[in-house]
Design a protein around this ligand. Structure first.
Ligand code: ADP
Ligand code: MG
Length: 610
């Protein structure tokens, strides 16, 4: 029988620490919340090696007394609650008294703090106190340096990601607090370079614009109280000009705490579809004030997903508010034919500039309209993707386009109506062009099948192969921009840009720094359109350091295309030829089919002829 051992305290400390702090961003979250709880009006964060080497936070809060400083690094040392009843009426960020204890257990910490009376400095390393001594006064507040994070838990240290990824996480933690505390001053530097430098702002709107580098004129603000429901909803919404490839300008707060809510996020994004082209996301900052008793208190520090009582009701209320605001002030409704079946042009706002009319009528929209006619099962069975086997390995289920793929593997097995005797290439080459449907699909007739080409996907494939060939041959055709395009970047995008600038150059996109928060695009590859949107897409996400040229080209092509053109028969012919010249004509670079077939057999069954 193995003997039961009681773990020694230092081992327990390390295990417990792992639950609270798992990376630099979580250390920063805890320290930042402590500074906020201490009433600090100015908070400085300085990092080295994305916080892996040093996290230095300085605040001008109330400071810590000598008596308290001794207890700080003990487990469950907190000044914020004394009894369980306090939990219900809590207004502070932290209350478990575990953060400093955990951080102290897995790093080297020097904490210097000054109250209105005294100043002390304590030094902890791996949970051991090395020193506690009076310090010379230098202003009220707390100054904490956390270095060598996870020096004594190498497994965890190894688990840390690239600096870009860690810095992104850090910004994701810090930015929300800057948004709800506009009057506080925030500074964030990395290796001496400034990432955030926010002066005290008069209100949330100004702060949002400054922190996220957005134009004030592109933001809509509303603040509404619903007396009966006892709810206050404060919203800052980006209008149609604020479009991003990812949901990284979206923030939700409940009672001033940053939270995650899949439900709210889904619904707000859904409302944004009313004004946004497919595949891009809007910006929002939603702050709900609600009776704390109706919120599932976030007992665990690392869990942010929030649960609210009567959530469905709240969600529909917020949906209405957002919808009203966007319809009134959000810009224009670009596409509506998918659900309502109307004419898209009828809903175009005349104020729209050309670049905004990226109606990009892609899959999601198309499928929605089919759904009205066919039950989903039928729809799937009629879609017989050509060359499914050719799908590239880069196909990801997370890709929003890929998610709405109308094909499922089991369906394929069941409805493999595809005529394998004639290679698809030959069949497509020999087919007769019938016409264009919705400026979106090209219809061809071949023997007893109807072939549908998704113009958008086909164009993407053609462009991708040309672009890729040019890149590989080192002959990217470039066109200088007469006036450089200025792009204001969010702090995350700026980090990504610094990592990617060289690679962008290699694919023909010349960029340079214009000012602290703006870059200038100087050249664009002749093949690509929408260069502004393309660059933003390439800067989205924290995988930029690992981007290879192939992926870069693939993403660029996707972002660059706008569909919905009416094509003359000669243009269709040209497109067919180009597609047939492709190495891999029957999938788009993201793995969606470019051509599908509807067989006579399928139609006969639909008409109940068999
Ligand atoms: P908690 O925040 O859950 O109480 P922590 O371990 O984060 O637990 O902090 C322990 C205590 O240390 C806090 O309750 C607070 O009294 C004190 N403290 C920590 N950081 C600061 C700070 N920056 N300024 C003033 N007091 C602080
Ligand atoms: Mg705390």
């Amino acid at each position: 029988m193995p003997k039961v051992n009681i773990l020694p305290p230092d081992v327990i400390a390390k295990i417990a620490a792992g639950e609270v702090v798992d990376r630099p961003a979580s250390v920063i979250k805890e320290l930042l919340e402590n500074s906020i709880d201490a009433g600090a009006m100015a908070i400085e964060i300085h990092l080295k090696d994305a916080g892996k080497e040093l996290i230095h936070i300085k605040d001008n809060g109330c400071g810590i007394t000598r008596a308290d400083i001794e207890k700080l690094f003990n487990r469950h040392a907190t000044s914020k609650i004394t009894a369980i009843d306090d939990l219900e009426s809590l207004h502070s960020m932290g209350f478990r008294g575990e953060a400093l204890y955990s951080i102290g257990a897995v790093s080297d910490v020097t904490l210097r703090s000054q109250t209105d009376k005294e100043a002390w400095e304590i030094h902890m390393r791996g949970g051991q106190r090395l020193d506690l001594a009076p310090a010379s006064p230098s202003g009220q507040g707390t100054d904490i340096k956390v270095s060598e994070l996870f020096f004594n838990t190498p497994a965890r240290r190894k688990f840390l990601k690239s600096n870009t990824a860690e810095l992104n996480q850090i910004l994701n933690i810090v930015l929300p607090y800057t948004l709800i505390y506009p009057d506080k001053k925030f500074t964030l530097t990395h290796a001496g370079r400034s990432l955030l430098d926010l002066r005290s702002a008069p209100n949330r709107l100004d702060r949002a614009a400054a922190a996220l580098n957005l134009n004030l004129k592109d933001l809509i603000e509303t603040d509404q109280e619903f007396v009966q429901e006892a709810i206050r909803v404060r919203l800052i919404l980006g209008n149609i000009n604020v479009q991003r490839a990812r949901r990284d300008l979206q923030y939700i707060f409940v009672n001033n705490r940053p939270v995650d809510s899949k439900n709210l996020s889904f619904n707000l994004n859904d409302v944004y579809k009313l004004i946004m082209p497919p595949g891009v996301y809007g910006a929002f900052i939603l702050d709900i004030t609600i009776n704390p008793a109706n919120v599932d208190v976030n007992i665990h520090p690392t869990k942010r997903e929030v649960r609210i009582k009567d959530e469905a009701k709240l969600v529909s209320l917020i949906r209405r508010v957002v919808e009203y605001q966007l319809m009134q002030k959000g810009g224009a409704k670009t596409v509506s034919h998918s659900r309502e079946g109307g004419n898209p042009d009828a809903n175009m706002d005349p104020r729209l500039t050309h670049s905004e009319m990226t109606t990009g009528m892609t899959d999601g929209q198309g499928i929605a309209s089919y759904d009205i006619i066919y039950a989903p099962g039928q729809l799937q069975s009629m879609m017989n993707p050509a060359s499914y086997a050719n799908r590239e390995s880069t196909y990801t289920r997370n890709d929003s386009a890929a998610n709405s793929l109308p094909v499922q593997d089991d369906m394929l097995a069941e409805f493999n109506l595809f005529n394998n005797t004639t290679p698809l290439r030959d069949k497509f080459a020999a087919s007769r062009y019938i016409g264009q449907f919705m400026n979106k699909y090209l219809l061809f007739e071949a023997n007893s099948t109807l072939m549908l080409v998704d113009q958008h996907a086909a164009q993407e494939r053609i462009m991708f192969e040309k672009f890729k060939n040019q890149i590989e041959a080192g002959t990217v055709e470039v066109q200088p921009l007469l006036t450089p395009i200025l792009l204001k970047l969010s702090p995350q995008e700026r980090i990504a840009w610094e990592e990617t600038q060289e690679k962008l150059h290699e694919v023909g996109i010349e960029t340079n720094q214009f000012d602290d928060e703006t870059i200038a695009i100087q050249t664009q590859p002749t093949l690509l359109k929408n260069i502004e949107r393309t660059v933003r897409t390439l800067l989205a996400g924290d995988d930029t350091p690992r981007l290879d040229k192939d992926t870069l080209a693939r993403r660029a092509c996707k972002a660059s295309i706008t569909a919905g053109d009416k094509l003359a028969p000669e243009q269709v012919e040209h497109q067919r030829k180009q597609l047939l010249n492709c190495h891999d004509p029957f999938t788009c670079p993201h793995g969606r089919p470019t051509v599908i077939e509807i067989t006579d057999g399928f139609l006969e069954r639909q008409f109940l002829r068999t």
